[in-house]
Design a protein around this ligand. Sequence first.
Ligand SMILES: *Cc1c(COP(=O)(O)O)cnc(C)c1O
Ligand SMILES: [Zn+2]
Length: 422
Amino acid sequence: MTGHALACLVCGKQYEPEAVDYVCPDHGDDGVLDVIYDHERLAATVSRSTLHGESMWRYRPLLPVSATAAGPPLRIGWTPLLATPALRHEAGVAALWLKDETGQPTGSLKDRASAMAMVKAAEQRAAVVTTASTGNAAAALAGVAAAMGRPTVIFVPAAAPPAKIAQLLAYGATVLLVDGSYDDAVSLCLAAARRFGWYNRTTGFNPYMTEGKKTVAYEIAEQLGWRSPDVVVVPVGDGCILGAVHKGFTDLHALGWVDSIPRLIGVQAMGSNFLAEAWERGEDVLDKPAIDAVTVADSIAAGLPRDRLKAMRAVKNTDGAFVTVDDDSILEAIPAVASLSGVFLEPAAAAGWAGLLAARDRGHVAAGDRVVVLGTGNGLKDVPAAMRGARLAGREALRVGSDLEDIAEAMDATAARGGTSR
Ligand SMILES: *Cc1c(COP(=O)(O)O)cnc(C)c1O
Ligand SMILES: [Zn+2]
């Protein structure tokens, strides 16, 4: 086991991993824990040249797992970091990469955390693993658990996109549709897990989810030749990914493996802007009441972001920023990114691209910056949203008969609109 301790984000008190279940006993569900390491000791025993394997387990020595713990037999992580010239041109920055998580086994970055959850659940010999989720964390847990032959119980809002619910059912999860918001699903899941003794993966509650997700930052650094970008743009709901990206770069910096930590830009939907609003107003995120979160980007809808402490710290400590984008910009970003890069993103992920443009407008990102945008989830997760985005972008399929003259006409019409000519 890579040695680690847990520290409460509210009071700073440290615990041995065996001493607590999930959160600080003194601070309840607000007392989210940080997993902390002795970086000096790690630096003496681990080096960049000993990393091996093409998955997130490449970084096993920097993860809170044993040297022999078996993850699921799926390839999770080591996703492509795509240089995207057309997107770079559009954003007007010195360099731009899209970290493409769309090819993860269940189609989103959440696989990294769910794989970690299953390893920790196995350590505790838990019979059942549960989570609440807007959809992707659930799909990831159900998929990874299926690969390991383990049962899951999943709490999702009844309004989750059908593709995500279909994934859960296909993977064989017990699916509990909650008549309410994601925040309601979280409360119910926490209570049920306590009552029935299930291992709980829920984001911003289980401290190890950050540790799984931070591997995305390790990969970005390594794929850039152990040189940090200037900026990483992260779509934000609960704030776990944002906190995890911060954690990843902070670890590498403490180990002396990178020289700098990028500025982190958190992107929220206008209708789910808890963190952006708190940041702008200088509010304390522990006092700030939950908001009603309404956005087309279901994966970043969170009225009370569970990892708000880690997320706020990530932006403040890196001299970063939060920006918000409206639903139409999010939807339009889906066909924009797809046609300029070949990567098809779901709404929450496309929000990252819309957020980069907003951050550029607001001066948070400069022309000389080398920027990474996280492409957190696959566009096939929400086909109706992608269709709405295409319509907003003025793209439509043309109905034709079998007559080639029809096709000639259709091509001329397309050419007249600036599209492909015959
Ligand atoms: C979960 C998720 C996010 C947001 O991550 P948080 O940790 O909730 O902030 C962004 N995009 C996609 C595709 C997601 O599934
Ligand atoms: Zn505490």
